[in-house]
Write a protein that binds this ligand. Sequence first.
Ligand code: AMP
Ligand code: MG
Length: 341
Amino acid sequence: MRGMKTCCIKVARVNPDKDAIARAAMVLCRGGLVAFPTETVYGLGAAAANTRAVARIFAVKGRPPDNPLIMHISSRSQLRALVKDITVEAELLMDNFWPGPLTIILPAAAGVPDIVTGGLTTVAVRMPDHPVALALIEAAGVPVAAPSANLSGQPSPTQAAHVLQDFDGRIEAILDGGPTGVGVESTVLDLTTQAPTVLRPGGITLEELSGCLGGVHINIADGAAKYAHYAPHAPLCLVSGSGPAVASKIRQLAEAEKRNGRRVGILTYADSEDFSSAGEVVFVGCKGSPETVAAGLYSALRRFNELAVDIILVEGLEEKGIGLTVMNRLKKAAGGRLIQV
Ligand code: AMP
Ligand code: MG
C-alpha cells in the first residue's frame, strides 16, 4: 500500500501556524489520515464519522478490528453527539483532568460508528492537552478518531520520525510538532461499570484519580495480553525487585547471553549502576523521577531496533505514580519474560 506521498508539515507547538493546521484539517475532512502530536504520543487521526477513513486506520496499522479507537475532541460541546449521557462523575473528571491524558468511557450515542467502538455499546473520549492537536480538531470541526500512530504491536511514536518509520508513503500527512511531552498513552477509565474502573494506566496516575473520585477500581491487563504491544524487535526481559540484587541479576543474564554469542541491550537510567561493560546501554531518564522515564521510554525501545541487539534487559521501576504506567508498558513489551529478584 506504499506509494502515496506523505506530506510532512512542520508546526510550532505553541501557536501553530493557522495555514498549516488548515491544510491538515482539509486532509481529514476529505477522508485522509493525518498523524498529529498530542501530549502523550503521536496519534493517527481520521474524521470519526467517515467509516472508510476509519477503516484505513485499522488497515495501515494492522490493528485488530475489535480493538476500539479513542475519539479526540477539542471542546466539551462535541461530547453531546458522542455519548448517551454525561454523569456527574464524568463532569468532575473533565473539570479536573481535561484537556489532559485521561480517556473516559461512557455509553455511546446512537450515531457513533461501530467501526470506532469495535462494536461495543460504549465509547472512549478524550480532549488532548496539546495546542497542535486541539487546533487540528477545532479546524476540522468534527471529532477525530485516533489510535497511536504506530504499526500495531510496535512502541508508540513520540516523535514525527517514529511515525515516518512506520507509515511513510502510507498516510496522507503528518503534523510535526516536535517531541511529545508525557511520552506514554492516556489513562483509560471506564465510567460505565458499577464503580469507575481503570482499564489502562497512563498519563494521569491512580493516585490523582483516587484523589478526585475518592477511590477507583482497577482492571489492568499487563500479563498475558490479548495483543502484543509496545514491543521492540528483540525479546525484552524485565528484571524487577529491590536493592543490588537486581543489577547483579542483569549482569549475570548479560554474561550468559554473551557466552551464547548474543548481542545484549540494556535499558537503564542515569541514576542507576554503570552497565556499559555488560552490553549496549540505552539510557532513559532517572529512575528516581519516573516522569522522565515515561517521556523517553518508547524512543529508547525503538533505539534497540537500530542497535540490532538480540535481547534487551531492563531494570524495573517502583510501581508508584507514573512508574506504574511505565511498568505496565514494560510488562506488555516483555510478554511473559518477567524476573523477580
Ligand atoms: P490506543 O488508541 O492505541 O492508545 O488504544 C486505545 C485504548 O482504549 C485501547 O486499550 C482500547 O482497548 C481502549 N478503548 C477504546 N474504546 C474503548 C471502549 N469503548 N471500552 C473499553 N476500552 C476502550
Ligand atoms: Mg496504541
